[in-house]
Write a protein that binds this ligand. Structure first.
Ligand code: ZN
Ligand code: ZN
Length: 453
């Protein structure tokens, strides 16, 4: 018998964390922190788990909505076997240390005495004890000997995996965040094409219909055109990016555009956290699941101008350059947010978005504002938007048609639709109800437990 419980507290993309009881083996899949909530309320409901009752914790990748609460889970589940790839250990460790710094600075600002929810030393102790889990090789999960686990490359970001679990009488696949197409650095997902009794599948882009003529190459050239025109007119380009993943993908795209003669040779500035994350990507340059194998971004791309350590907040504005700065959503207090005032006011400049932005984030507000209009980036910070603004699709998530195709291929008895806003999940539910009426399709409610066999 398998029981799945959604440990998240909200039904949105929010944070990912699922409890599985498979016979006598108890597994937690992902331990994410909700990016829009603060304090203990941003954590999954780990209180529901008796101390020491979890046999294994599998973390699919290093985004905070999957790993952000991992240290808190470890505190109460000290003997659990931890399952994550070497890349996720490296990237996730750096993300969590940064998260401690962010929480520490928010402690006074938000009057949130629970912050930081964990500390640097605690992280070091946890990560020192970890051994990386292999990709593509079956291993035992937990001490009971009932469950075997195999990790499969999931695309998305470096080190991301989907988790396959097998036991006598059943099997299951949790996709985590997945992308079936190659990006510039991260290869395509390689998920098993076979039947699974239970599929836990992400639905992030369920309410987005991608243009059937879309190609990554054409999108990249469109980006190149905007950069070229802006620089030619004497303007400056700001590309807000997430420090991990999107920054590194973007640097390779900029190299390709430069090599093709589509953009001129100008320095590309990246921030301190992005530099740190790029160093980790470089450490894994020879991994088989990384494209552009052997390419050391910081050493080989001579146009990249990295900022070191704490100086990242003091990047100096010089016109006529490209700034690829985090955060991708231009969240208050980040480098890209501070840079906005240099960019927005001049019509020669360009603000180019290459990733997802929450509609309520400063980036989301800018995207809704017409040229010449005013935008309130944060309370008391109202600016007039004069610069060029464009948006590109370089998502690390599979378009909905690809996911639907995969679900149909796997043809599970039960499909749990996760990691999507409700309209996104409902799109999948509607499609599957039509084509596979016999399939048990579940949108797992927070706190609810579902017996699937
Ligand atoms: Zn992710
Ligand atoms: Zn995610």
């Amino acid at each position: 018998m398998v029981v799945l419980q959604n440990l998240a507290r909200t039904i949105d993309v929010g944070s990912s964390s699922y409890l599985l009881d498979i016979g006598n083996t108890r597994v937690v899949l992902d331990a994410g922190m909700h990016p829009k909530l603060e304090g203990p309320g941003s954590l999954p409901d780990f209180e529901a788990l008796r101390e020491g009752s979890v046999d294994a914790v599998c973390v699919t990748h290093a985004h905070l909505d999957h790993i952000g609460a991992f240290p808190v889970l470890c505190r109460r589940q000290r003997n659990a076997q931890i399952c994550m790839t070497e890349e996720t250990m490296a990237l996730g460790g750096a993300m969590l240390h940064n998260s401690v710094n962010v929480m520490t600075s928010k402690r006074d600002e938000l009057n949130e005495p629970s912050y930081p929810l964990f500390g640097h030393r605690e992280l070091d102790e946890i990560f020192q004890k970890l051994t990386p889990a292999p990709i593509g090789r079956r291993f035992r999960l937990g001490d009971t000997g009932e469950v075997r686990c195999t990790l499969h490359p999931a695309g998305h970001i470096l080190g991301a995996v989907s988790t396959e679990l097998e036991w006598v009488g059943g099997n299951l696949l949790y996709t985590g965040d997945v992308h079936f197409e190659e990006q510039s650095i991260v290869g395509a997902a390689q998920l098993p094409c076979k039947h699974f009794d239970t599929l836990i599948v992400e639905t992030t882009r369920g309410d987005y219909e991608r243009d059937p003529d879309y190609t990554r190459q054409a999108e990249m050239e469109r980006l190149g055109t905007a950069i070229r025109e802006t620089l030619k007119a004497g303007g400056t380009v700001l590309i807000p990016v997430f420090a991990m993943g999107k920054t590194q993908e973007l640097l390779v795209m900029l190299r390709d555009l430069r090599d093709a003669g589509l953009i001129p040779r100008v320095p590309v500035h990246i921030g301190g956290l992005s530099t740190k994350m790029t160093t980790i990507y470089d450490r894994f340059a020879d991994r088989s699941h990384r494209l552009n194998s052997g390419l050391q971004l910081l050493r080989d791309l001579d146009f990249v101008s990295p900022a070191a350590g704490r100086r990242s907040g003091e990047i100096h504005f010089e016109p006529g350059r490209i700034y690829a700065l985090s955060s991708g959503m231009m969240t208050e207090h980040t480098v890209s947010y501070r840079f906005a005032r240099n960019i927005l006011a001049d019509k020669k400049n360009a603000l180019l978005f290459v990733g997802y932005a929450d509609p309520e984030s400063p980036a989301g507000k800018i995207q809704r504002t017409p040229r010449g209009g005013t935008v309130e980036l944060a309370r008391g910070n109202v600016q007039t938007l004069h610069c060029r603004v464009e948006k590109y699709d370089f998502s690390g998530h599979a378009p909905r048609e690809h996911l639907l195709e995969y679900i149909r291929e796997v043809s599970p008895k039960t499909a749990f639709l996760v990691h999507g806003d409700l309209p996104a999940r409902h799109w999948f539910a509607g499609q599957l109800a039509e084509s596979h009426p016999e399939m048990n399709v579940i949108i797992p409610e927070p706190g609810e437990a579902y017996v699937v066999e």
